[in-house]
Design a protein. Structure first.
Length: 239
């Protein structure tokens, strides 16, 4: 399977390559045998036990506590959770590539797994509610620095009225994505509107209403001859 040695850039690419080679190997016939690998496997398949009805999670699971910085330690590294879970016991599920963090059966955070030493993985949205209460910290908070937002974002943010608006701008970036937020900031800048509301206006603007098309088979309404009612009031029939 590994000859020649695979040249790949990711584990997902490696898995796809190995799958393709395994499928191809089914057509191979081992020296000394009369049938192919694929045919031998079909005979063996009928003798295998059934797969479990519940899929096993290939993970390591531990209980940890979120500290007062709203981070959870797993092995040598730390991962953020929403600040509402500070001080709570949480369940950490560690797979090969992902760290997922759960509280009372609800997933509250997910991070790429780090194999470094003493690294911290922050997610900015976990701290926005706290920054809303302490907006002056927005310029130096580690989760904000860790986000590595582009300079265009900060150039616009420095022109806002106060730190609270900067936090609201970060909330827009979290909700709509940094790319869409930057585009809206460019439009607001062109109009000279350096405010949270000016950016939100372009992000939340509804689509232009489409013209109403007439029905395919319009209903024809016949006009009523009101003279008939006049005749009835006089006690006779219409002519």
């Amino acid at each position: 399977m590994f000859v020649p040695v695979p040249q790949v850039s990711s584990f997902s690419e490696l898995n796809e390559l190995l799958r393709a080679r395994c499928l191809k190997y089914q057509n191979h016939t081992i020296r000394g045998l009369s049938q192919s690998v694929g045919r031998s496997f079909e005979i063996e398949r009928s003798m295998l036990t059934a797969l479990p009805k519940r899929q096993m999670e290939p993970i390591r699971q531990v209980i940890a506590k979120a500290n007062h910085f709203a981070v959870v330690r797993f092995e040598r590294n730390r991962y953020s959770v929403p600040t509402a879970y500070t001080g709570c016991d949480v369940t950490v599920k560690a797979s090969v590539f992902e760290i997922s963090i759960w509280h009372r059966g609800i997933q509250i955070a997910s991070h790429p797994r780090s194999y470094g030493d003493n690294t911290v993985s922050y997610q900015l949205e976990h701290y926005l509610s706290l920054l809303e209460k302490k907006p002056r910290a927005v310029w130096n908070a580690q989760p904000v620095r860790h986000a590595k937002l582009p300079e265009d974002f900060w150039d616009f943010a420095k022109k806002l009225a106060d730190d609270y608006e900067v936090v609201k701008l970060l909330q827009l970036a979290s909700q709509y994505g940094i790319s869409s937020t930057l585009q809206a900031m460019d439009r607001a800048r062109d109009r000279g509107s350096f405010s949270y509301e000016g950016v939100l206006e372009y992000l939340a603007a509804p689509e232009q209403a489409k013209p109403v098309e007439p029905p395919v088979n319009p209903i024809e309404i016949k006009q009523v001859d009101l003279r008939t009612y006049d005749t009835m009031l006089l006690g006779g029939e219409s002519a």
